[in-house]
Design a protein around this ligand. Structure first.
Ligand SMILES: NC(=O)c1ccc[n+]([C@@H]2O[C@H](COP(=O)([O-])OP(=O)(O)OC[C@H]3O[C@@H](n4cnc5c(N)ncnc54)[C@H](O)[C@@H]3O)[C@@H](O)[C@H]2O)c1
Length: 361
């Protein structure tokens, strides 16, 4: 993953936003693990806790203070988010402002999602081992179908028309493709697979095809493969071992990474990073706020903890990031998990186990 120079901004200030529901539960555990890593490896992390949640929004009408994004951009190395969503805010206004606001406002154009099987017993596919499920998805994060361009006409009548546009820019497509190739080159992964639906979306996804060929020419050591997204989903289930790096647009990336999470053993284990190399970036587990589990001790904190691991890697602390991943592998091996994965521990007990292992205990 692209890193920032750890010496650039000392101390490295991190905004911590637990959010709503189980976001609060899992963030508390990710913070425990970060503090353990900071203690063992002498990391200059400064965690700033921000209570921007549904309660605050309902009380004040404000999702985040004016100037917050500029503050993140200028004064923070990273933002860590638990999850957002509360049934009392049906339009998700505060969640959209904070999550999408941060992604778009900080121009975090890479949604980086490792799909890694940490323990073969968790894979729903027959006979697949840790070696077979180990790839990363680069999802374009600022364009595509998620820009909200469109409208409805004659709403509520039998003649109603709804239009929703996808936006793809050459700049946007090229930079996510380049990020995927750079990552492949840097990590020694041999092949980049690009998925689109250019047989139907000839204009928008045709641009992806052309850019893919152009960008690939700059990386002669990396093999390329193109798949239509329907074929990609089939192959992810039939033969996940053939994938190393997948790059795709915003909506397809959203969909295929949930399939990826299932291959890993569930949403509770999936981690993500929202990146703009060299700038303040944002890290969050893939799951949502699962309100019915909030405060029950059932939420698996591993996705949040692994996201904190991705953040450590981004901040230039590779040994600490590796220790976090090894701690998760060990806990899974020893059955020290929440009920979701068949264990008996609470959210907080799993966090204690991971923090102890990361601390070197
Ligand atoms: N990035 C985000 O903050 C984000 C992402 C997805 C959904 N949401 C929001 O979260 C709320 C709930 O959405 P949802 O129910 O569709 O998705 P969800 O991810 O919150 O939960 C779906 C189901 O997955 C399981 N699950 C999820 N995370 C888990 C964990 N850590 N440990 C154990 N089990 C876990 C639970 O069975 C849960 O019922 C909604 O308001 C939604 O909009 C937020």
């Amino acid at each position: 993953m692209n890193q920032i120079d750890p010496r650039e901004r000392r101390p490295q200030r991190i905004a911590v936003l637990p959010g709503d529901g189980i976001g609060k539960d899992v963030t508390a555990e990710a913070v425990k693990v970060l503090e353990a890593a900071a203690g063992r490896f002498g990391l200059p992390l400064e965690l700033v806790h921000l209570d921007w949640d549904a309660d605050r929004y309902l009380r004040t009408g404000e999702s985040m203070p004016a100037g917050a994004l500029e503050d993140f951009r200028d004064n923070y190395s990273a933002v860590f988010i638990g999850a957002y969503g509360d049934p009392r805010v049906p339009d998700m206004k505060h969640a959209a402002d904070i999550l999408l606001g941060t992604r778009f406002g900080l121009d975090l154009y890479i949604n980086f999602r490792p799909v890694k099987l940490y323990d073969e017993r968790l894979c729903p596919l027959k006979g697949k081992t840790e070696k077979d499920v180990d790839f990363v998805v680069f999802r374009e994060n600022t364009e595509g179908a998620y820009v909200g361009v469109g409208g409805v006409f004659k709403k509520g009548t039998p003649d109603e028309i709804a239009v929703q546009e996808e936006i793809h820019t050459r700049k946007g497509v090229e930079r996510i493709l380049r990020a995927a190739f750079d990552y492949a080159k840097k990590t020694g992964r041999k092949r980049v697979t690009m998925a689109d639906k250019s047989n139907v979306m000839q204009h928008a996804h045709g641009l992806w095809q052309r850019c893919f060929a152009e960008v690939a020419a700059d990386y002669p050591g990396v093999e390329t493969e193109h798949l239509f997204v329907d074929a990609l989903t089939m192959q992810m289930v039939k033969a996940p071992e053939r994938f190393e790096v997948i790059v795709t647009n915003n909506m397809f990336g959203d969909i295929v990474t949930d399939l990826g999470a299932a291959l890993q053993g569930g949403l509770g284990l999936a981690a993500s990073a929202n990146l703009h190399p060299g700038r303040t970036s944002m890290f969050e587990p893939v799951h949502g706020s699962a309100p019915k589990y909030a405060g029950t001790g059932r939420a698996n904190p591993m996705g949040a903890v692994l996201s904190a691991g991705l953040m450590l890697e981004f901040l230039g602390h590779d040994a600490a990031a590796d220790a976090v991943e090894q701690a998760v592998r060990q806990a899974l091996r020893e059955g020290e998990t929440t009920v979701e994965l068949g264990g008996k521990l609470t959210t907080s007990q799993v966090g204690d186990v991971l923090a102890r292992v990361v601390a070197g205990g």
